[in-house]
Design a protein around this ligand. Structure first.
Ligand code: SAM
Length: 285
């Protein structure tokens, strides 16, 4: 039960553990955030290379084991353990994040790291293989998805290694991969909620043409309500006679994307489309 609840699969292959930490290229001045240290197989290797580690661990018994592991050693003063849920924890300053966390918190982990300020220099994270493939996917390939676009808006993502089930105790049900996430600094000047609102619509059915996705239930109604709010806030008169749907279709035509499909659009296409809607006062969040 415990293993299930906390997704506890301890990485007990020393070469893989060292390989993950090496991928971070730690500097002796680095402050590192580790999420879900478990018994500390990554932690001790990070402590060896970095100035300081803050480890956020939800299971007090794991935290106790980790404390015991460094007790009385010089590394002890370089380690702070926060006992609690990473999703809610208050985070300290950090340069680098390294994590082998349970796969249930994969999305919140990535988006919390990308919205943290100041931005981390690099994040080395273990994920379920398919999630990792979606993070690194390029437009027009099998795993290109809303997740790919949303994350790649803010970061450069690479696949760094595959990790077999047999490297963990107990072995998980799924294959794993380690990815490197390098946040774009400065980040693009786009509100995430806006970009995400647009990708939610166009990736609704990624292989359908855009104008069809805009006709999905509730979409035009929601956008029209946002547009009317924007018009009243900006003292714009809403002219009679032009249907909102016609307005949306015109924007799709003007950008040349009426018949485009999200499955093949890259980040810049999506940004261009978002800007065209914004120029007309149409917002997605
Ligand atoms: N990092 C260790 C390793 O590689 O051997 C342990 C990995 S194990 C897959 C995941 C760890 O994350 C467990 O120790 C678990 O208790 C902890 N954990 C689970 N959910 C968490 C959360 N929401 N916040 C912080 N830690 C969490």
């Amino acid at each position: 039960f415990k293993t299930e609840r906390f997704g506890q699969h301890i990485l007990n292959n020393p070469l893989v553990a060292q390989g993950i930490v090496d991928k971070a290229n730690l500097k002796p001045t680095d402050n590192v955030l580790e999420v879900g240290p478990g018994t500390g197989n990554l932690t001790v290797r990070i402590l060896d290379k970095a100035k300081h580690v803050t480890a956020v661990e939800m299971d007090p018994r794991m935290a106790a084991e980790l404390t015991k592991r460094v007790q009385g050693k010089p590394e002890q003063r370089k380690l702070d353990i926060i006992i609690g849920d990473f999703v809610k924890a208050e985070l300290p300053y950090f340069d680098v994040c390294i994590s082998n966390t349970p796969y249930q918190i994969s999305s919140p982990l990535v988006f919390r790291l990308l919205s943290h300020r100041p931005l981390p220099r690099v994040c080395i994270l273990m994920f379920q293989r398919e999630f990792a493939l979606r993070l690194v996917a390029r437009p027009g390939t099998e795993f290109w998805s809303r997740l790919s676009a949303n994350v790649q808006l803010y970061a450069k993502v690479d696949h760094v290694m595959k990790v077999a089930k047999s490297c963990f105790r107990p072995p998980p049900m799924v294959e794993s991969s380690v990815v490197r996430i390098v946040p774009l600094d400065p980040p693009p000047p786009v509100r995430f909620e806006e970009f995400d609102g647009l990708t939610r619509i166009i990736f609704g059915r990624p292989n359908k043409v855009l104008h069809a996705n805009f006709q999905a239930r509730g979409v035009l109604e929601m956008l029209e309500a946002n547009w009317k709010t924007w018009c009243s806030q900006n003292d714009k008169i809403i002219e009679d006679g032009v249907s909102f749907k016609a307005k949306v279709d015109q924007i799709l035509r003007d950008t040349g994307m009426f018949d485009s499909r999200a499955a093949k659009m890259d980040k810049d296409d999506i940004l261009k489309l978002l800007a065209a809607f914004h120029d007309e006062g149409i917002h997605f969040a």
